[in-house]
Write a protein that binds this ligand. Structure first.
Ligand SMILES: CC(C)(COP(=O)(O)OP(=O)(O)OC[C@H]1O[C@@H](n2cnc3c(N)ncnc32)[C@H](O)[C@@H]1OP(=O)(O)O)[C@@H](O)C(=O)NCCC(=O)NCCS
Length: 243
């Protein structure tokens, strides 16, 4: 519970009096013991804390993944949002055909053409559940390498940011990685000025293992978590099965 709520509720609870008092009903005044007042006050405090929690605690987001076939990736790389959506079977977001996305999807399409066995690992569309809205894309850069390492990549489309979808997506990726016998390490490479992404990976067990690049072109921080140390708790966002 946020500290300000805890403080507020403590203030309310501490108001219970030790002296007997009277409660005025519609037709009579009933004497009640101090103990009963305390119990009732405590109950009322509990109820209002519960109500506040229901109102204020965010509900974890849930996502499922939809595969992007070679055809869908190629259409997106060509800037054809309708064609990509038709191939994927879901209405993809405009962000899927921005310049950066087109370059990435083109790269993935080539990767898939060279080696179709990468299909179960690489980028897919992330769809919110139960709404069924495409909120981003996510996947691994490829299958585990010889050392059992996979690297995560994810994007949340601008209209759906700051609602917990990146954490939901990362939870799903890490859950998948942890369940794969061939995966020993999960890596995340994040630019040092990408505060949103740095905040997204916190709490999952990643530790910083290195740094790449330079001041002129930008510095990427390298984080890793061993597959058996991945922290996906019961309070993490709910996920669909594998990407
Ligand atoms: C990084 C990105 C995926 C975050 O998506 P998101 O759905 O907005 O993230 P969430 O709502 O799940 O928030 C995750 C955490 O990041 C924090 N965060 C989100 N946006 C932030 C911002 N602009 N600045 C600082 N913190 C931010 C949230 O507060 C949250 O932290 P908390 O759980 O401690 O409160 C999104 O900004 C994005 O797609 N950016 C461009 C692509 C990119 O950088 N991908 C990552 C490459 S590895």
């Amino acid at each position: 519970m946020p500290a300000e709520l805890a403080q507020g509720s403590l203030g309310i609870c501490s108001a219970a009096s030790a002296r007997p008092c009277h409660v005025t009903g519609p037709t009579e005044t009933i004497a009640v013991s101090a103990e009963a007042v305390k119990r009732w006050t405590a109950l009322r405090c509990w109820a209002s804390i519960s109500a506040m929690n229901d109102e204020l605690l965010p509900i974890p987001k849930r996502v499922r993944f939809v595969e992007l076939s070679a055809k869908a990736l190629r259409a997106l790389a060509d800037g054809d949002l309708d064609g990509g959506s038709a191939e994927a079977g879901v209405a993809l977001d405009e962000h899927f055909v921005c310049d950066r996305a087109r370059w990435i999807f083109g790269y993935r399409a080539n990767q898939l053409a060279e080696d179709p066995s990468v299909a179960p690992w690489i980028t897919r569309a992330a769809v919110s559940e139960p709404e069924g809205v495409v909120v981003g894309d996510a996947g691994f850069h490829g299958p585990p390498d010889e050392a059992g390492m996979v690297e995560v990549g994810f994007t949340v489309v601008p209209a759906h940011r700051r609602q917990g979808y990146a954490r939901a997506v990362l939870t799903a990726l890490l859950t998948r990685a942890a369940a794969e016998p061939d995966v020993r390490t999960v890596r995340a490479r994040i630019r040092s000025d990408n505060n949103a992404s740095l905040a997204t990976i916190s709490g999952f067990g990643f530790t910083r293992v290195g740094k790449q690049g330079n001041e002129r072109d930008g510095i990427a921080l390298v984080f890793e978590v061993p597959a058996d140390a991945i922290q996906v708790s019961s309070t993490s966002p709910a996920t669909s099965p594998s990407p």
